[in-house]
Design a binder for this molecule. Structure first.
Ligand SMILES: [Zn+2]
Length: 113
């Protein structure tokens, strides 16, 4: 398991079950993560550190998206309905199929379902 997954799962557990943790637990975990990251930089393990950071980034983005939030800025996503022309073009028919697109009103990020 990637270390990034382990950190993310611990953070997630604290956020999801705050009654099971002490007030300082979140801060202690963050401290541990930062110290670990700084050590890796010092030991020139940049590639490994990058892998961990990217894993955490992805985990957060997926979690936001699953909650209908923008993966980039956490804003509530809006759903737009558009006609899908591209897919039907080679059939030589009109654009009749409707597709929904999730879009962020804040940063402009969008996702075609
Ligand atoms: Zn956004």
């Amino acid at each position: 398991m990637n270390k990034g997954n382990i950190y993310f799962n611990e953070f997630k557990d604290i956020f999801n079950n705050p009654e099971m943790y002490l007030e300082d637990d979140g801060l202690n975990l963050l401290y541990e993560f930062v110290t670990d990251s700084l050590n890796m930089l010092q030991q020139n393990q940049k590639r490994e550190l990058k892998r961990i950071l990217q894993r955490i980034e992805t985990e957060i983005e997926v979690r936001r998206l699953n909650n209908d939030k923008c993966p980039k800025c956490n804003e509530e996503l809006i759903v737009l309905t558009e006609k899908d022309c591209e897919m039907l073009e080679h059939f030589g028919t009109e654009c009749r199929q409707l597709i929904s697109i999730r879009k962020c009103p804040n940063c402009g990020w969008k996702y075609d379902d």
